[in-house]
Design a binder for this molecule. Structure first.
Ligand code: COA
Length: 132
């Protein structure tokens, strides 16, 4: 887990409907928010592009998330390729009656910029790309 930016891409609190049979939050719910938070980060790079998720790599669930936790999804752009971007997502939970956030999950995702036919296109416009 690395230092987080000051503001998360998403902050949510989760409900009893999101729990698994152990009473903690179902991992798939966390993954869905990770996906959204990562897409928000990708979109910041070029708001004119539509991005789809091609890979979720190395998802690590460090600690459970509980109903009532305030869960923040911090994102960091890791790499800009030609048609893809890699985003790291750090998930932290503030437990009820606590002021501190604890690291609960992290993941690396790859998003691909696509056109209307869902074919890969360059992430950045040619004039926005720094010279090689
Ligand atoms: C995303 C998609 C359009 C890519 O198509 P593709 O034919 O694999 O495209 P390419 O081989 O040209 O690869 C495009 C980019 O994705 C990267 N990429 C492809 N597969 C990857 C993988 N498994 N992991 C990491 N990067 C990957 C390539 O390296 C390339 O990046 P670059 O241009 O920055 O070098 C296609 O796989 C797709 O439609 N997938 C479904 C997406 C979706 O519906 N997501 C929602 C989840 S249900």
């Amino acid at each position: 887990m690395s230092d987080c930016p000051p503001d998360p891409s998403i902050r949510v609190t989760l409900l009893p409907r999101d729990t698994n049979s152990h009473g903690s939050i179902f991992g798939g719910v966390i993954l869905s928010h990770i996906d959204l938070a990562g897409a928000i980060e990708a979109q910041k790079l070029n708001p004119d592009r539509q991005f789809v998720t091609v890979a979720m790599d190395e998802v690590i669930f460090h600690q459970p998330v509980y109903v009532g936790d305030v869960v923040s999804f911090y994102t960091r752009l890791e790499r800009v390729g030609r048609t893809s971007v890699r985003v790291h997502v750090d998930v932290r939970a503030r437990r009820r009656r606590s002021r501190e956030e604890v690291p609960v999950t992290e993941a690396d995702l790859v998003f691909v910029a696509v056109d209307e036919d869902r074919r890969p296109v360059p992430v950045l416009d040619e004039d926005a790309r720094p010279p090689a």
